[in-house]
Design a protein around this ligand. Structure first.
Ligand code: 5BU
Length: 485
């Protein structure tokens, strides 16, 4: 890469406020001393040309090595760059939508391609690399090969680690350290500003390779259900073990809450029969939108329907209109009271890895019957870890089974969680524990929170969810690191 061109690009970006120094609150709530807004480059044709020439040179290298058939810009900022590169390098482009269309062909990716085509992604700025991975997943889903991304600027907060784990190599035109050195060298920032950014980066790495090592080498090998493995992947990627229980009265409000909190959660839990959905069409529109949000924000959907009938009835309940739960949920809660037939029903759906169950071992409410019958709970734990374990993502419980280290590990989903340290109730039997109690003492892997977030004013939903996310994740890391090390 031409160092002079890169240096002058850094200076130009600084001059047009594509790079700013100060105090900026990021989408995640973090306060950063540096901010990048590469959207401005569309207003400066010379900068846009420089950027696309530099990206184009990289694409040309891949073209010469015959390992690129297509390129795709990660929406939106990189789209004009990708278009210019496509034209100048003669490499066709595909367009990935941010939201899936709910009308017409419903395509998430537009353009012509053949299965197996190799597609290089183009992105403006990476922090965690989450959008790149999301785009790679969507393109892989339709049969494309994606193993490389070209990025204009790497904030150096862990995207290299995250992308590598997801099978995406990447080339960055500019790395943070180089940017700081060039701007300092030209006297455009002072050493105090540089040091602030260096400290921020040291304190705000998004991935912890030591923890990731424990997860991939010791924790995940014991998890037998593919959907749980997927869920743990999402949890790590988003540093979140929070499940939003989206219990609101109207379906538009449900979608609004999911949009507000989606980036903070690994899962969303519904009670689809409580949100005023009328008619098969409206229900399908609702789950189509919920599914689109689950792709946008990357979370699983669990319908908390608590199936508990004999297998044949459960099978019909899962499939039948109006709710058609097996079409859109990834997981459903089930009682084990009728025996394993309920799991056979799930197997019979034939959805393989795409659909699974969470068994209710005990509930969170006062004097719930399973909590009074240890033998019942143990039988459910055994069901979760036994021959059906590939179908069972885990169990809902307030405590883990006592078990040795050789057993399969089923995830524990724990509702009744609040931010407060004392326990309390809702006057209708619900019992609450603090986040730390639930995760550290009771063994929750995923905390399920409804009113703790949604009973707050709407304007505070995101920020309260962020508190649950940070505390839940810190506790989860602590417990997993000490249990599996
Ligand atoms: P809350 O608002 O955080 O109390 O909501 C808890 C949610 O979890 C709610 O949807 C319940 O139906 C659900 N739940 C629960 O509270 N306790 C249980 O044991 C099970 C589910 Br199973």
């Amino acid at each position: 890469m031409d160092t002079n061109k890169i240096e002058s690009l850094i200076v130009s970006l600084f001059k047009v406020d594509g790079v700013k120094f100060g105090s900026f609150t990021l989408k995640s709530g973090l306060v950063s001393p540096v901010y990048f807004d590469l959207r401005v480059i569309v207003s400066y044709p010379e900068i846009l040309k420089t950027v696309s020439d530099l990206v184009g040179e990289e694409v040309a290298r891949h073209k010469a090595a015959e390992n690129v058939d297509l390129i795709c810009g990660v929406p939106y900022t990189a789209l004009p760059v990708a278009s210019l590169v496509s034209v100048t390098q003669g490499v066709p482009m595909v367009l990935k939508r941010k939201e899936q269309k709910t009308y017409g062909t419903g395509n998430l990716v537009e353009g012509s391609f053949s299965p197996g085509d190799r597609c290089i992604l183009i992105e403006d700025v990476v922090t965690s690399g989450g959008s790149v991975v999301e785009t790679a997943d969507a393109l892989r889903h339709i049969g494309l090969k994606v193993d490389h991304a070209i990025v204009i600027l790497d904030r150096c907060q862990g995207a290299d680690f995250h992308l590598a784990r997801n099978g995406v190599g990447f080339t960055a035109l500019i790395r943070m350290e180089q940017l700081l050195n060039v701007l300092l060298g030209k006297g455009l920032i002072d050493s105090r500003q540089r040091d602030q950014v260096v400290t921020f980066l040291a304190e705000n790495q998004l991935f912890d390779p030591a923890f990731a090592d424990v997860v991939s080498k010791k924790f995940l090998p014991r998890v037998k259900c593919p959907l749980s493995v997927k869920l743990v992947g999402i949890m790590e990627k988003k540093s979140s073990n929070l499940c939003l229980s989206v219990d609101l009265g109207g379906w538009e409000e449900v979608l609004e809450a999911v949009e507000a909190v989606g980036s903070k959660v690994c899962m969303v839990k519904t009670h689809v029969d409580t949100i005023g959905l009328k008619g098969v069409k409206v229900i399908a529109e609702f789950w189509g939108k919920l599914k689109a949000l689950s792709i946008k924000h990357d979370f699983l959907i669990m319908e908390d329907r608590k199936f508990g009938d004999i297998g044949s009835t459960t099978l019909e309940q899962l499939k039948s209109k109006p709710f058609e739960i097996s079409k859109w949920a990834d997981l459903v809660t089930v009682h084990g009271i009728s025996g394993p037939g309920v799991l056979t029903a799930i197997e019979k759906l034939g959805l393989g890895d795409k659909f699974g169950a969470v068994l209710i071992a005990e509930m969170s409410s006062e004097n719930n019957i399973p909590s009074l019958l240890p033998e019942y709970k143990n039988l459910i734990y055994k069901m979760a870890e036994g021959e059906y374990s590939p179908l069972v993502a885990g169990f809902v419980s307030q405590a883990r089974p006592l078990a040795g280290n050789s057993t399969p590990y089923a995830l524990q989903f724990t509702p009744g969680v609040s931010l407060n340290s004392g326990t309390g109730g809702d006057g209708l039997g619900q019992v609450y524990n603090s986040v730390e109690n639930a995760v550290l003492l009771r063994g929750a892997d995923v905390i399920i929170v409804g009113r703790g977030i949604l009973a707050q004013p709407k304007a505070e939903w995101t920020q309260v969810a962020e508190q649950f996310r940070t505390r839940g994740w810190a506790a989860f890391k602590e417990r997993i690191s000490s249990t599996f090390d």
